[in-house]
Design a protein around this ligand. Structure first.
Ligand code: ZN
Length: 131
């Protein structure tokens, strides 16, 4: 996080947290709407988990209802962990600065633009390369 100013890092952290809460609320709603007793119970567990590491809890579930959210939840959890570790904003490939503008557009970005483009070229056949 060397190159990010404190306000910038804080703004990104808030952005990540806000998106995280949104996703959790959506997942909870979908589980409750499903009408299945098991899922409704799980929705309660999501609420009681203190909204921490919900990605892991839901990944074990392996249900289509939440699968599409789980990946994003885990990416946000990983990004928040990098904030804690002090490696947030650092490219996972080359160690360069990802840069505030790119992080604003993709707060969960793990790579700088150059490494990301390189990766997309290499994995051009994959439908959705990870950020
Ligand atoms: Zn890089």
């Amino acid at each position: 996080m060397v190159q990010l100013r404190i306000e910038e890092a804080e703004a990104l952290k808030q952005k990540l947290n806000r998106r995280y809460q949104e996703l959790i609320a959506e997942v909870r709603d979908e589980l409750e709407r499903s009408g299945e007793r098991y899922y409704i119970e799980l929705a309660g567990r999501v609420r009681d988990s203190g909204e921490k590491a919900v990605g892991d809890l839901l990944a074990d579930l392996g249900t289509a209802i939440v699968d599409r959210h789980v990946r994003e939840l885990r990416e946000i959890e990983a990004a928040l962990q990098r904030v804690v570790d002090g490696t947030y904003g650092e490219c996972a490939e080359c160690g360069a600065d990802i840069g505030f503008e790119r992080l604003q557009a993709f707060p969960t970005a793990r790579r700088c633009v150059i490494c990301q483009e390189q990766r997309e070229k290499t994995y051009a056949q994959e439908p959705s390369p990870t950020l």
